[in-house]
Design a protein around this ligand. Structure first.
Ligand code: PLP
Length: 384
């Protein structure tokens, strides 16, 4: 299986047909428990749904294969996956290096939950390798990398960071939510662990919440699996099944998301209403060369800074018609958001606060022409 092409594995890894009925699609094992043939006589190795479920195994096999990991564990949400991973690695007194542009919930989890537990976090510009080298401490256990980052689409050099972190005995964790394994496979660049909010591109249809940890290390898998079992934030069978179904079309979706986003970013670059266009597919983006080296396309997320400031940005997100105003990203339908008061409200007033004149687009797979027309008409509505 592992030497097959990505798109083939997306459809077949972990997805063997049901041998009892011949159903082409593996069933949703909507069950809480499994009958034992005598005490401890587990027919398929399954005992209780918090410990494992065949529908979840199907998703975990698919995820591990696509990322090029050995193992994956699927969770009830991306943050639940992050929490289990952090509990598995960190002890009180440990230190984490985090990019200075990151999903607000990750920053909140590290500083407000793990901070109380005695974990220290340093946020810095991950593209500055000298700054990262200087920030590493004997207690640094994790360099946490989001690339492209949320919402400013900053690019970090995974291989460069891995070299630095490994010299200091720290692990590199990559949140691969924005790129997905269709465009970027962090293990190929030296990462130790990959995490996902599968709610986004992997699920792909805005109908399910989920998260994943993908690993290569057996000992760490054991700890993550223990945390999952002991704490309990597992994905439900139906949620795992929906995510599996979404993943089958990941490759073609990501290609179309990327093409549409590139077209929108290029159009936005011609409009004076936008003072900055954040998209790593533009040659003018400071991380473009690294992105081109570690990604196969640049993804579906674009952020735009309105030249007329915060009021214009707030008005703009309420003026589009096709782009719906909503949290989240990665679905087939286009969304628009105002990060300072939505996805990044939790970092407002901190060192991670995002510009107040920014809007974030999750570019869907509709017709690029219709999307650009919507964005253009909305400009007309706010400048009238
Ligand atoms: N990581 C990134 C990059 C995200 O954008 C999000 C959510 O927006 C998360 C993690 C958290 O995932 P979830 O909302 O599934 O808990």
């Amino acid at each position: 299986m592992s030497d097959q092409h990505f798109d083939t594995r997306a459809i077949h890894a972990g997805q063997a047909f049901d041998p009892t009925t011949g159903a082409i699609i593996p069933p949703i094992y909507q069950t809480s428990t499994f009958v034992q043939d005598g005490i401890g006589g587990f027919r398929g190795g399954y005992e209780y749904n918090r410990a494992g479920n065949p529908t979840r195994t199907a998703l975990e096999t698919q995820l591990a294969s696509l990322e090029g990991g050995e193992h994956a564990r699927s969770f009830a949400s991306g943050l639940a996956a992050e929490d289990a991973l952090l509990r598995s690695i960190l002890q009180p007194g440990d230190h984490v290096i985090l990019g200075n542009d990151v999903y607000g919930g990750t920053y909140r989890l590290l500083t407000r939950i793990f901070g109380k537990w005695g974990v220290e976090t340093t946020t810095l510009e991950l593209s500055d390798l000298d700054a990262v080298r200087a920030a590493l401490r004997p207690t640094t256990k994790i360099v946490w990398v989001e690339t492209p980052s949320n919402p400013l689409l900053k690019i970090a050099d995974i291989a460069g960071l891995a070299e630095l972190a490994h010299t200091a005995g720290a692990a590199v964790v990559v949140d691969n939510t924005f790129a997905s394994p269709a465009l970027q496979r962090p293990f190929e660049h030296g990462a130790d662990v990959v995490v996902h909010s599968t709610t986004k591109y992997l699920g792909g249809h805005s109908d399910v919440l989920g998260g994943a940890v993908v690993l290569r290390d057996d000992a760490l898998l054991e700890e993550v699996a223990f945390q999952q079992f002991a704490v309990g934030a597992v994905s439900a069978p139906l949620d795992a099944w929906l995510t599996t179904r979404g993943i089958k079309t990941l490759g073609v979706r990501m290609q179309r998301h990327s093409e549409n986003a590139q077209a929108i970013a290029e159009w936005a670059g011609t409009r004076p209403e936008f003072e900055t266009v954040y998209y790593p597919g533009l040659a003018s983006h400071p991380g473009h060369d690294i992105a081109a080296a570690q990604m196969s396309s640049f993804g579906g997320m674009v952020s735009l800074a309105l030249a007329d400031g915060a009021a214009a940005a707030r008005a703009y997100v309420e003026s589009t018609r096709l782009f719906q105003l909503a949290e989240s990203l990665g679905g087939v339908e286009s969304l628009i958001g105002y990060p300072p008061e939505m996805t990044h409200a939790s970092v407002r007033g901190t060192a991670l606060a995002v510009p107040e004149n920014i809007v974030r687009l999750s570019v869907g797979i509709e017709s690029a022409g219709d999307l650009i027309a919507d964005l253009e008409e909305a400009l007309g509505r706010i400048t009238r």
